[in-house]
Write a protein that binds this ligand. Structure first.
Ligand code: ZN
Length: 160
């Protein structure tokens, strides 16, 4: 168990594209376990490996109904739309209202390398989209005009 440092603000790694995971080994298990500890310590709803400085396509999502470990995740279906407040553990003190699909279907591998499908609605759909965006170097603030980013407000339902 270990807490890893979360990269924040202008750290250039946050803009980089993460690489596909090809090897499902003990190092991946350690990364996933450390990310879990880091996510829960930070009290976020999700965390991408790039946020702890590792450019691998690995994300965690937990919106209060259990932890999901998604490796090489892809959105395979997106329907509807929602406008809700979004935040990010890498952009502390900021939030903003973003447009996201209301429902998404995601396929991803688990830590054994087996492909699984997941459905998310509402907050979970937003968390999937937000975390998968991180893997391609995108932050939610890119979806907003600068004046739409709210500073210094800590909202309880920040997604990370
Ligand atoms: Zn984030």
């Amino acid at each position: 168990m270990a807490i890893r440092q979360i990269r924040i603000n202008d750290d250039p790694i946050l803009k980089k594209t993460s690489r596909k995971v090809e090897v499902f080994d003990e190092r991946l298990d350690i990364l996933l376990d450390d990310m879990k500890d880091t996510l829960y310590k930070a009290e976020g709803c999700g965390l991408a490996a790039v946020q702890v400085g590792v450019l691998k396509r690995v994300v965690l999502v937990d919106v209060g109904d259990g932890l999901l470990e998604l490796i090489n995740p892809e959105i395979i279906e997106a329907t509807g739309e929602q406008y809700e407040v979004e935040g990010c553990l890498s952009l502390p003190g900021k939030s903003g209202i973003t447009k996201r699909p209301m429902c998404v279907k995601v396929k991803a591998q688990n830590r054994e390398g087996r492909w699984c499908q997941y459905k998310g609605e509402g907050l979970k759909a937003r968390a999937f989209c937000h975390e998968i965006d991180h893997l391609d170097g995108h932050l939610y603030t890119e979806r907003l005009a600068p004046e739409e980013v709210i500073n210094q407000i800590k909202l309880e339902n920040d997604i990370d």
